[in-house]
Design a protein around this ligand. Structure first.
Ligand code: MTE
Length: 322
């Protein structure tokens, strides 16, 4: 297979701001036609968004790890997504992820641990106190969002299974069910979606096992019912809809580095000094509702979380370990 980076889909060549504007313009047109009695799609659109009841997920605000920056709107965070199991366009996950059955759901925690276990999602929700953390998430494509996530440190779960001394890495495997996920028909990645962290990265208090956002259970397009958020790494490390967490001795092969090893390394720390082979990573566009007025802002090393994580990489050449 000739590798074609699905993240550079033609739709992405249109800057987000222009797409936003175009959507607004389309809505305006639709409003006009509704006024003359034509088309009710806008109403249906509104209905679709409110039809599914949204379940609250109470959580205690975590001051220390939360940014006070302007938050991305719920609308943007749930309609502009990457979740290739549901398609390659940014709006495919919102369109198709309703097919995903998120209950019953179990996650098995296995591999180099003393006490392997398969836990039901309800048990996972109760395993540790739920926190709200407002994190920046920076996509490798050059856009970023600020989202209040609900979850708890992954370390709570890992400690529960008692990692063996030989466990050096953690592998994260997402669901891959062709009956529920139309995007699996395309061999854009080696399914299932696989990611990985080094043990100390996985145990870092910033690494969040995530069940919700904006005080509610995760929408399906954002990785329900359980995903990872690793805020100092490019967004693709934050795997969605997890079914297996495996502790390993060897560095796991991740889906993106298997597809394009020169472009996506294992570490994938946000690093403005190391360009992607096809574009710079020095700046980003924050999706914060300003549309075409959103200026490009400087990307910070480790996405601004260096005080918590830079020490994990002391002495490592981050050009080599990209
Ligand atoms: N997880 C799975 N299983 N499949 C994916 O395609 N995309 C990743 C990541 N997790 C992806 C995934 C990428 S590229 C990004 S930028 C983030 O999810 C996007 O998360 P969001 O849609 O909630 O903003």
């Amino acid at each position: 297979m000739i590798f074609k980076d699905p993240r550079i889909h033609p739709s992405q060549i249109t800057p987000r701001a222009i797409v936003e504007n175009r959507r607004q313009w389309l809505k305006t047109i639709a409003l006009g036609s509704a006024a003359v009695g034509m088309g009710s799609w806008l109403e249906r659109d509104a209905f679709a968004k409110t039809a599914a009841p949204r379940e609250k997920l109470p959580a205690k605000f975590n001051e220390q790890y939360s940014t006070r920056e302007t938050q991305t709107s719920y609308e943007d965070a749930t309609t502009y997504n990457n979740f290739y199991e549901f398609g390659m366009d940014k709006d495919d996950p919102a369109k198709f992820a309703d097919r995903l059955q998120t209950r019953p759901w179990t996650v098995s925690i296995e591999g180099m641990v003393k006490k392997p276990v398969t836990l039901d999602i309800d048990a996972l929700l109760k395993l540790a106190p739920m926190e709200e953390r407002v994190y920046r998430l920076r996509c490798v494509e050059g856009w970023s969002m600020v989202i209040p996530w609900n979850g708890y440190a992954l370390s709570h779960l890992l400690n529960r299974v008692e990692p063996l001394g030989s466990a050096k890495y953690v592998e994260f495997i997402s669901l891959a069910d062709p009956k529920q996920m139309p995007g699996l028909k395309r061999p854009v990645l080696n399914w299932p979606y696989r990611e990985g962290l080094r043990m100390d990265e996985a145990m870092n208090p910033l690494t969040l096992l995530t069940f919700g956002m904006y005080g509610e259970l995760l929408p399906k397009q954002n990785g329900a019912p359980i995903r990872l958020i690793v805020p100092w790494k490019y967004g693709f490390k934050s795997s969605k809809s997890l079914v297996t967490i495996r502790l390993t001795e060897k560095q796991p092969l991740t889906s993106w580095s298997a597809s394009a090893p020169r472009e996506y390394g294992f570490y994938s720390n946000v690093n403005p000094a190391v360009s992607h082979p096809r574009w710079s990573q020095a700046t980003e566009r924050r999706i914060d509702g300003r549309g075409i007025f959103a200026p490009k802002i400087k990307t910070e090393p480790f996405n601004g979380y260096g005080e918590y994580v830079a020490k994990l990489y002391a002495g490592m050449d981050l050009r080599k370990f990209y």
